[in-house]
Ligand binder design. Structure first.
Ligand code: UP6
Length: 268
């Protein structure tokens, strides 16, 4: 997978969200996802308008937004079309299939109605994928499994990571399109035939971590050395003081991420 361009990899996917994302990445020369972890709808939309032109994807945590509404979600969807990016609600589902299907479709957030992509922990077993896919597939949505995490001391390592891969392979690529991971976890032979998207949080150009266990690597380390496909950056971008500075910082990460990708293409 790492040998091919993002654009050519779009053909290797039947899932409409995966196709659209890879096409956007190629078109906008961006493997940058901005994680907009702020607590009011006004702030979220403000940041999205600033960074939108530089990103392939915007990641949300809708449950931290004080005044979340479906009208806000509509506006986010409108911006995703106008500025050409995919929406990823980082819900990290982790319950039995029946419960997650309700959490995904219903409640205050109705995530499936507005978010192109979401994610789940493989911890509960394959029923979590079946439950979410029953809601998501008819809507053309996609899912990532958390195969690894960026935080210090996390338990998603070794056999757990391998089992996450196996679960994705067994579920098939109609709905599961890749992983949250820190490196190319699909390097073993059995998986190589499939094209998976590897999306990686814990990315920063300045800070090395925070006080709560987050660990950062640079876009270059993540894309060039570890072979990941999408860099996910939160505080490194929206945490910068000044509205113009946020826009400029997003552009800086886009360029860093894209140059690392181009260098990877040359090396392989
Ligand atoms: N995230 C991680 N690590 C993971 C999975 N998800 O940091 O293993 C998410 C966090 C946050 C974002 O929930 O939304 O990625 C990282 O934000 P930051 O760049 O501000 O640290």
């Amino acid at each position: 997978a790492t040998l091919k361009t993002y654009g050519s990899r779009a053909e290797l996917h039947s899932n409409p969200t995966a196709k659209r994302l890879l096409e956007i990445m190629q078109r906008k020369k961006s493997n940058l996802c901005v994680s907009v972890d702020v607590t009011t709808t006004a702030e979220v939309l403000e940041i999205v308008r600033r960074v939108g032109p530089s990103v392939c994807m915007v990641k949300t945590h809708c449950d931290v937004i004080d005044d979340f509404s479906l009208a806000f979600a509509d506006e986010l969807v409108r911006l995703s079309k106008e500025l050409d990016f995919v929406i990823f609600e980082d819900r990290k589902f982790a319950d039995i299939g029946n419960t997650v299907s309700l959490q995904y479709s219903s409640g205050t957030h109705r995530i499936a109605s507005w978010s192109d992509l979401t994610n789940a922990h493989p911890l509960p077993g394959p029923g979590i994928i079946s439950g979410l896919s029953s809601v998501g597939v008819p809507l053309g949505r996609a899912l990532l499994l958390l195969a690894e995490m960026s935080s210090k001391g996390n338990l998603a390592t070794g056999q757990y990571t391998r089992d996450a891969m196996r679960m994705a392979r067994e579920a098939g690529r109609e709905f599961v399109i890749g992983f949250i991971a820190m490196r190319r976890v699909d390097e073993d032979d059995a998986a190589k035939a499939d094209d998976w998207l590897i999306m990686t949080p814990g990315v920063g150009l300045v800070a090395k971590g925070d006080k709560l266990g987050q660990q950062y690597r640079t876009p270059r380390e993540v894309v060039l050395e570890s072979g990941c496909d999408v860099i996910i950056v939160g505080r490194g971008i929206y945490g910068i003081q000044g509205e113009e500075a946020v826009r400029a910082e997003a552009e800086r990460y886009r360029v860093e991420g894209w140059e690392a990708y181009e260098e990877r293409l040359k090396r392989t």
